[in-house]
Write a protein that binds this ligand. Structure first.
Ligand code: SER
Length: 580
């Protein structure tokens, strides 16, 4: 089965069960300050899990691009990736455990669909704890479907509980589905959690609580289902592989690395896997307008590229090669995600730039590192500052030498130098959920005013190329070939403030996509949106396709101030602004 057949079959199956097919959201979450990337299909859907009405109805399904850096240390094995696609289906207050399990089982085992052997399936369910009962409903359902009891593991919260992805938010027990990837005639009688030939392929989460700020689990008014199936894993299983890298989503990259290095995959699996995984992820993230840098998403891209270069060196690749890998990534994904193709050249430029930069210092840095017999925070900082070694790279090198790095010491050193990368020090790699605090909501509305003002001052062809909002500030990326003048910035700022003073109502209407596209300018492929969309308008000044939430009236915003205008990546400018 090809990847595209699988995507289509999955969506077709859930469509036949009354689900609306919705598009993949972007990898960089809009308006969610608590996380750097979309880490799961449910992530962009949190507002609907929390009770907001989804324009697609109570049942939706999609294939979502995800980036997860929490598993980065496991990349190098057969099944973990930083970039992956998640096949997901959701119920917003509609069906619950029984139907969800039944549908998953049918999709996996029915000969009309995936036709997997049910003897090669095992599952786990939540065993219960002092707060929440044992999930006997899921247990009984699996038994009824013919999964034998020794293949239904009852596991604790650590295994069978999902969320909240941030400090607070929706969460609940889950049931995980595993597939035996070992020899078909050697399927064990029972499931063992620690046998890596039992690969988790699908996770059905039953979101019935919200963890609140006090740490209490409050039942949600409506029960929801959130499922996620790992595309690379199920594709591998369906094709009889025990290694995701053997699927068409990776194999052409592996062949390219064989060609570039003159080495064989079988002899250097870990290096090949890390390189292909990391450049695939970097390609996708850069294509969303994120250039390598020392903060936030940019820092993750930097880490991915620099780690790749070091692993390339380990298998004898001494010259620039990441662009060659990216070319293969475009071949694999270009048809499914055309948005990455339109910025191909930018991706190549950013990869080259980063590779040139790091190659200048890598050799010397490694020499410095090899002189060390102990690694203090100061050493790690020096490696970062003088040779561009991300802290995590120094930690990894140290681990190979059986040293450790004092992270706290490194962070203190970092703070002393006042150029603290929040990402590096604050462990900001975890997933999180939308914080729709009042300030964030206001800044979100300010971002709409900003785009409209930029269009008025710079021209109609300005488009949003990314945005990130925290409770303190908004960051907004847009296409423009040169630095804005002080005068242009002042005009933009004044115009936004005028619209605030005019106290305009912010209005939302749901409408069919085609109708919306007549009113709203979007630069990217409109297939990104579902058939019914929300349009937020601010008088005649601004109209955008957007999920919200927004302030009710621009009068609530206060005073808008641009703090900074800078380059973000080739052809993209970035504005940071606040409300005071
Ligand atoms: N949110 C769950 C996961 O990421 C199911 O989609 O595993």
């Amino acid at each position: 089965m090809t990847a595209q057949e699988l995507r289509q079959k999955y969506l077709e199956f859930f469509k036949s069960k009354g689900h609306t097919i919705i598009p993949s959201a972007s990898l960089v979450p809009e308006n969610d300050p608590t996380t750097l990337f979309t880490t799961a299909g449910m992530h962009p859907l949190v507002p609907y899990i929390m009770g907001e009405k989804h324009p697609g109805g109570k049942r939706v399904t999609n294939v979502q691009k995800c980036v997860r850096t929490t598993d980065i240390d496991e990349v190098g094995d057969a099944t973990h990736h930083t970039f992956f696609e998640m096949l997901g289906n959701w119920s917003f207050g509609d069906y619950f455990k029984k139907d969800s399990i039944e549908m998953s089982f049918e999709f996996l085992t029915s000969s009309e669909w995936m036709g997997l052997d049910k003897n090669r399936l095992a599952v786990s369910v939540f065993e219960g704890d002092e707060n929440v009962f044992f999930d006997d409903e899921s247990f009984e359902k699996w038994k009824e479907l013919g999964i034998s009891e020794n293949k239904i593991a009852k596991l604790p919260k650590k295994n069978n509980w999902w969320g909240p992805a941030g400090e607070t938010g929706p969460c609940g027990p889950d049931t995980e589905i595993f597939y035996w990837v070992g020899e078909p005639d050697k399927v064990p009688e029972s499931f063992a959690d620690d046998n890596d030939q039992w690969v988790e392929i699908w996770n059905n989460v039953f979101m019935q609580f919200e963890k609140n700020k006090e740490g209490k689990f409050v039942p949600l008014a409506k029960k929801n289902v959130d499922t996620g199936m790992g595309m690379e894993r199920i594709l591998s299983a369906l094709n009889g592989f025990d290694d995701n890298y053997k699927t068409e989503l990776f194999w052409p990259i592996i062949e390219k690395i064989e060609e570039l290095s003159g080495k064989k995959y079988e002899d250097c699996k870990k290096e090949f896997r890390i390189i292909s995984d990391h450049i695939k992820a970097a390609t996708f993230v850069i294509s969303e307008g994120i250039a390598p840098s020392n903060t936030d998403q940019g820092y993750v891209v930097r880490r991915l590229i620099r780690r790749t270069i070091r692993y390339g060196k380990m298998i004898g690749i001494e010259n620039n090669f990441t662009k060659e890998i990216a070319k293969v990534v475009f071949e694999i994904y270009g048809e499914v995600y055309p948005e990455i193709i339109s910025v191909k050249e930018i991706v190549f430029i950013e990869l080259e730039k980063e590779e040139n930069k790091f190659r200048q210092t890598l050799e010397k840095g490694l020499k410095e590192f090899n002189k060390l017999t102990l690694i203090t925070g100061k050493d790690a900082f020096n490696l970062y500052q003088s040779y561009g070694f991300p802290l995590e790279m120094t930690e990894e090198l140290a681990k190979e030498k059986n040293f450790s790095v004092d992270k706290k010491d490194f962070e203190d050193e970092f703070k002393k130098h006042q150029n603290l990368s929040r990402t590096a020090s604050a462990g900001k790699f975890k997933g999180g959920l939308a914080d729709s605090g009042e300030e964030t909501v206001k800044l979100h509305t300010a971002a709409h005013l900003l785009l409209a003002a930029l269009r008025e001052v710079l021209g109609e062809e300005i488009y949003q190329k990314g945005s990130n909002i925290t409770a303190e500030r908004l960051r907004f990326d847009f296409n423009y070939p040169e630095k804005l003048t002080a005068e242009q910035l002042k005009q933009v700022e004044d115009l936004v403030n005028r619209k605030i003073e005019e106290k305009i109502e912010v209005e939302m209407v749901e409408m069919p996509k085609n109708e919306a596209l007549e009113k709203v300018k979007v630069s990217f492929d409109s297939s990104k949106y579902g058939d019914v969309v929300k349009v937020y308008s601010i008088g005649d000044f601004s109209a955008e396709l957007c999920g919200g939430p927004h302030a009710g009236n621009t009068g609530e915003l206060g005073h808008f101030k641009i703090k900074k205008e800078e380059s973000s990546s080739a052809g993209i400018r970035r504005i940071k602004a606040i409300l005071e």
